[in-house]
Design a protein around this ligand. Sequence first.
Ligand code: PMP
Length: 393
Amino acid sequence: MKYNFAQRMSKTPRSFVREILKVTENPEIISFGGGLPNPQSFPVKAISNAVNQLLAENGSDALQYSTTEGYEPLREYIAQRYFSQGLNVTADEILITNGSQQCLDLVGKVFVDKDDKILLEKPTYLAAIQAFSLYEPEFKSVPLQKDGVDLDALEDILSNENIKLFYTVTSFQNPTGITYSKRKREKLAKLLKKYETVLIEDNPYGELRFMGDFIPPVKSCLNEGILFGSFSKIVSPGMRLGWIVAPAEVMDKLIIAKQASDLHSNYFTQRVVYQYLKTNPIDEHIQKIRNLYKNQRNLMIRMMEKYFPPEVEYTQPEGGMFLWVTLPPGTSSMELFEMAIEENVAFVPGQAFYADGSGENTLRLNFTNSDDKSIEEGIQRLGLAIEKLLSEK
Ligand code: PMP
């Protein structure tokens, strides 16, 4: 049988990261490649209690089908939390999804026709490229600076191209760790309004700030924007719960797309997470995660200062899970990857995060899923591999 697949499949490769990281299954390899939260941060006991209590008190209800929008008390909880952070949204503007990854797919379904233009940050979240690719858009990219997108370049593109959506990760971006300053957020909102481009703000790491001051999402100054959130980094990624915040007109369409995809997100899990949130102090829990990640981030930076050649640059994120390394121009992080594997250490070469295939001399490091010893040892090994790469140049 010769299968005749839809054309869109030929334009969408498997996740490069998942492919490349197969080599890291070897237990000798220290991997800074994956993007996993630290499992120490998972509230296993509290979730176990929440499950037991839920089943004992509302078991048959929690095991039933439910509404597409999601469990109302959970949506109220999310709206309240936003309110306390200066963002005015109602439960009606929130749709519970299967992780924030599903938000990307739903936005693609609802907005993107073939050859529509989507503007991405350069670099951007790899799986956003993949999710949007299935809708066959044309990607444009705009460079990131230390404090967010390059606004001049952005205006240039918005004024010359008919851009439908601008996809951005505004806090502790995956892959760079970069966070938009307050000033840039405000200017970005103004520009998107001026050029009638839809804001797609993905914010799974916003709560993981371990230094500096809280800055509200861009959506707080752009009512018509669309914002994603997730429980993956503050409770558990395996539970696959996220949400999308959108104005009523967009919500209508999202609900249709979501119904067609999966009727509704896992209702039992929604009830468990709500039970957990109702009976546990989430702020204390998040603070523990922040402290843990701050120490891991600081240790990784100390080790990089010690073991990396001085011409290597890296970001110093104020939160999140990733660091971004830039090697001298003309070097290749794919070549470095081969050398690093020989030293038994892995990372993700940066090119994967560029829709236009550039970024050859960049790489992403995750600092949240390695213990201290592995960070010390792994960065030392990576430093050796970098020295080897530079000496062969
Ligand atoms: N967006 C970004 C920027 C991410 O880094 C991730 C997780 N790697 C996701 C979305 C998807 O997360 P989830 O579906 O677990 O909420």
